[in-house]
Design a protein around this ligand. Structure first.
Ligand code: ATP
Length: 270
């Protein structure tokens, strides 16, 4: 009945080559997640305790989910995603049960990657525990901590969590043996934006005047999600104009449209 509480994708098609920029971040995530999944025997032989979970934090739309999906894709794992806020607001009273089900399913479908998005919704520092809603959050968090403490990182299950708000997290979640590694996923710099542009225009017919370097320069402050939206919008501009190629002007209009919507943004294409 609560099947929609989680997204389950067996062997996602996403690859590391779909992630623009973020090379160091990807390396850090891979170190923790890939090795125990692919070579548990190394850890057993050497008697090394593997790290358990990785926490990704940073502003929305910069690739946290994308990285988790790409790791699952590359190692051929089942990708299981739950969203913290949905556990609390959408599946009221079922949060703890869903968390338990997620880990059971992960073990059954191993190798698998459990991705907990918006973990702050269930793992924020609590000020008081008055309302039933807060108790529900608490129960969900307790179940998550129990699962984290109970699972064997050499059983083919890896856990990645994501948040935009590291500062509000309950320190309990960051203790050793839980989310051992914390990786900041920043907004893309110019080089990152260029790579993201290249990725999202891979299949696009671009007119000779399209200068992706220039577009990367013009999109200072844009997230990966913004860049994806700009590329799509540029494509629509071309279709609307009845053209067979996407031109630089299509991109310029798209940048203005997408970035001017951002709150507080002062983008202007000159
Ligand atoms: P949120 O906090 O909103 O969950 P997120 O950091 O998880 O954000 P994603 O969902 O990974 O962001 O990004 C949204 C979409 O934007 C991705 O599916 C992808 O198409 C695009 N995108 C974001 N970052 C990148 C990137 N570094 N390289 C390529 N595409 C990206």
């Amino acid at each position: 009945p609560y099947i929609k509480a989680m997204e389950v994708v067996e062997r996602p098609k996403t690859r590391y080559s779909d992630v623009g920029g973020l090379k160091d971040q990807l390396r850090e995530v891979r170190e923790v997640v890939e090795l125990p999944l692919k070579h548990p025997e190394l850890f057993k032989e050497l008697g090394v305790e593997p790290l358990k979970g990785v926490l990704l934090y940073g502003p929305p739309g910069c690739g946290k989910t994308l990285i988790a999906r790409a790791v699952a894709g590359e190692v051929g794992a089942t990708f299981i995603r739950v969203v913290g806020s949905e556990l609390i607001n959408k599946f009221i009273g079922e949060g703890a049960r869903i968390v338990r089900d997620v880990f059971n399913l992960a073990r059954k479908k191993a190798p698998s990657i459990v991705f907990i998005d918006e973990i702050d919704a269930i793992a924020a520092k609590r000020i008081e525990m008055g309302t039933s809603g807060e108790r529900e959050v608490q129960r969900t968090l307790m179940q998550l901590l129990a699962e984290l403490d109970g699972f064997d990182p050499l059983s083919g299950v890896a856990v990645i969590a994501a948040t935009n708000r590291l500062d509000i997290l309950d320190p309990a979640i960051l203790r050793p043996g839980r989310f051992d590694r914390i990786v900041y996923i920043p907004p893309p710099d110019k080089k990152g934006r260029l790579e993201i542009l290249q990725i999202h225009t891979r299949k696009m017919k671009l007119a000779p005047d399209v200068n992706l370097e220039k577009i990367a320069e013009m999109t200072e402050g844009a997230t990966g999600a913004d860049i994806k939206a700009i590329v799509t919008e540029a494509g629509y501009n071309a279709i609307r104009a009845g053209r067979r190629m996407v031109t630089m002007e299509d991109f310029e209009k798209a940048i203005e449209k997408v970035l001017s919507k951002r709150i507080g943004a002062t983008y202007r294409v000159s």
